[in-house]
Design a protein around this ligand. Structure first.
Ligand code: ZN
Ligand code: ZN
Length: 245
């Protein structure tokens, strides 16, 4: 666990970053508690335990914001909502995949999943969960002291970044990842790379100092500048241009 800044905690492990699936963040801001993303299906107990360990009571979590519908971000959502009574916030284009109206879209290269299905099928199973607040680009919500929703499609149609202007902080979900530097996330799970690049450029226009990613450690200094520099150089990766197997 890690305190990213005052009132913002990365719940996932320090060394084993992927221990919950995607990173899960707890925001103790604006007089309430908010989670960003919910990890894999079988990780919710660990998430609750870590929230207790930080000295917080999970039933005080009022909102869970979902950056996008992938199983490593929403697997534990139904359980966490059930146990905390939190309201779920997600973009209206990803909501149908979260609440079960649409089946979870598989990776863009099904062969990839087939080779791994033994280990992954259980983790990838996502119990559907109702979305209480469907959001769109530019929506401002009185959650965690005030957030703005930035619609950043590409990785999934309804991917969002969450912007806390006062804290100069963004949560990028999976439109960017951090692995020895800022990177595009896994192409295998990205629906539309061209659109994702436009979304990264849109994100780069915001004024922020700190970025929290779905995967990898937060950038706590000059994140806006680093993302802008990365956005400037971005080209569609060759692997994404190859015909899909
Ligand atoms: Zn992810
Ligand atoms: Zn994802």
């Amino acid at each position: 666990m890690m305190e990213v800044m005052q009132g913002v905690y990365k719940i996932s492990g320090i060394w084993d970053q992927a221990d919950l699936g995607a990173n899960v963040y707890l925001l103790a801001l604006g007089g309430g508690f908010t989670l960003v993303d919910a990890g894999y299906r079988n990780k919710y107990r660990q998430i609750l335990k870590r929230i207790y360990r930080l000295g917080f009571t999970p039933t005080r979590i009022h909102h869970i914001i979902v950056t996008h519908h992938h199983p490593d971000h929403v697997g534990g959502l139904a359980a966490l909502k059930g146990l905390t009574g939190a309201k779920v916030i997600a973009h209206k284009l990803d909501a149908p995949y979260i609440d079960g109206r649409m089946p979870q879209a598989g990776p863009s290269r099904p062969g990839w999943l087939k080779r791994r299905s033994g280990i992954f099928s259980d983790m990838l199973a996502t119990p559907p969960c109702p979305v209480d607040i469907e959001v769109e680009d530019g929506n401002e919500l009185p959650v965690a002291g005030g957030i703005k929703i930035i619609h950043t499609p590409g990785h999934t149609p309804g991917s969002i970044c969450i912007y806390l202007k006062q804290e100069r902080l963004v949560f990028t979900g999976d439109i960017l990842a951090r692995r020895l530097g800022v990177k595009l996330p896994s192409m295998v799970f990205t629906a539309d790379v061209q659109q994702e690049i436009s979304s990264i450029r849109k994100l780069a226009e915001l004024d922020f100092e700190t970025a929290c990613f779905g995967h990898g450690f937060p950038l706590r200094k000059d994140a806006g500048k680093i993302v802008a520099k990365f956005a400037n150089k971005l080209k569609v990766p060759r692997q994404a241009l190859n015909p899909k197997p």
